[in-house]
Design a protein around this ligand. Structure first.
Ligand SMILES: [Zn+2]
Length: 429
């Protein structure tokens, strides 16, 4: 098992930060999760920066897979699939003969629909000098891989992404839109949607802008090896508007809370049912993805992987577990005072709880899925007051029943995120 520790001390701004290898290994880097956080690779030019400082930035990486022992004369070959590229064409380019090419195609094709071969995917081969394949790997857009081994015993498997997350930061000045500002600064433009969704009930971002507003953003991008894969995740945004400084802190992979601050004061908090997830659809009238008509969306949607744990946002009593038309597999939790929460499209229910049970905030209710009227795995989350759906972002009744103000933990996280952002931007100079 190869364990590689990477950490940087050269560019520390704050100084005095020391850590030992044992502290590094205490980090949950070997646990399954969306990604491990790493220090950055060299920074590209432009309005963004990557973390090359110390702090928690290190990676413990394991080999791609436990490959069979290979002779020293193994030939490695890899190529990014380009437009119009076919697997057989790539294999011919790699110098494989017809038989070897057929074996590789059959092996990869047994786990992957070859019609889904797309530009940007990466094909890697290890062969003997004579072109006898040892392994073939096709890396997909999300960093997952199809690995075919040909010796000693043939096998094909699909491997989950072995991702490393890299913190990034950037600054932008708004001219006409958030989208345009992000684009001009080299910051992922999808964050304009994240901002719009999370601020939906705070103010209308589009009408609040007069131009010249300054913004700072911190996010994570994901890398498999040296390739950026999947979609980046926004963690923090600071917006300097006419009426004050707004700061938004999104939940990390271990938390469910979003905080919106104005001039350093907590303006709003929001507890969400999936740790680290991002909103994908707002409450209210919107174009329905299946029916293609404007409909009332009675809750919030969160982007979630199939099987992601779904947790109760507040303490309460389990009121319903089962099927509801359109909603698929659902859990409903009663919080008293006529307030209920609903979690829909689940792939599985938690067997350990049943209707009537009293549960605490954070109790796992089930797993995210795509049951009912749904095109892809996501979580639909509703808050109902007196049986009527209300906007989960705007309604304070659920919050008043429980968590209320920011906890010490989330305040600490906010200050650590902000100091990290400062350091990242200072590196860029
Ligand atoms: Zn929904």
């Amino acid at each position: 098992m190869l364990i590689r520790l990477r950490y940087w001390t050269a560019l520390l701004v704050t100084g005095g930060i020391a850590f030992s290898v044992s502290q590094l290994l205490d980090e949950p880097a070997n646990l399954p999760g969306p990604a491990k956080e790493a220090a950055a690779l060299p920074s590209p030019a432009g309005g963004t920066a990557q973390d090359t400082s110390g702090d928690d930035d290190f990676a413990v990486t394991t080999p791609v897979a436990d490959l069979p022992e290979q002779a020293a004369d193994t030939v490695s070959w890899s190529r990014v699939v380009d437009a119009g590229g076919s697997l057989s064409g790539l294999l011919a380019e790699a110098g494989l003969d017809t038989d070897a090419s057929r074996d590789v195609t059959a092996a990869i094709g047994s786990e992957f629909d070859l019609r889904q071969l797309k530009p940007g995917q990466l094909l890697s081969l290890k062969t003997s000098p004579a072109g006898t394949p040892y392994t073939a790997t096709l890396e997909l857009e999300d960093g997952s891989r199809i690995l075919a081994r040909f010796a000693p015993a043939p096998s094909v498997e699909r491997l989950a992404p072995d991702l490393v997350s890299v913190p990034r930061a950037g600054e932008a000045i708004v001219k006409t839109s958030i989208f345009g500002a992000l684009e001009a600064a080299g910051i992922p433009t999808r964050f304009a949607t994240d901002l719009e969704l999370i601020l939906d009930e705070t103010f209308d971002l589009r009408t609040q802008l007069s131009g010249g507003e300054h913004m700072r953003v911190m996010w994570r991008e994901y890398r498999a090896g040296d390739r950026v894969v999947g979609e980046p995740t926004i963690d923090f945004a600071q917006l300097d508007l006419n009426d004050g400084r707004y700061e938004i802190l999104w939940p990390d992979d271990n938390s469910r809370r979003t905080q919106i601050m104005k001039d350093g004061e907590l303006l709003q908090t929001f507890e969400q049912p999936i740790r680290g997830a991002r909103l994908s659809s707002a409450f209210g009238l919107r174009m329905h993805p299946i029916h293609k008509t404007k409909r009332m969306h009675s809750g919030l949607d969160f982007a979630a992987e199939q099987g992601a744990p779904v947790e109760a946002t507040q303490a309460g009593k389990v009121a319903f577990m089962g099927e509801r038309s359109g909603y698929g597999t659902v859990v409903e939790v009663d919080h008293g005072s006529g307030v209920q929460t609903l979690y829909a499209h689940l792939s599985a229910l938690n067997d350990a709880i049943k209707v009537g049970d009293r549960i605490t905030a954070g109790t796992e209710l089930g797993r995210a899925g795509s049951t009912g009227t749904s095109t892809a795995p996501h979580l639909h989350y509703e808050i109902r007051v007196g049986g009527k759906a209300v906007s989960p972002l705007a309604d304070t009744r659920l919050r008043d029943l429980g968590t209320g103000a920011a906890t010490a933990g989330s305040v600490t996280r906010l200050s650590s995120v902000k100091s990290k952002l400062d350091r990242l931007l200072a590196i860029r100079g």
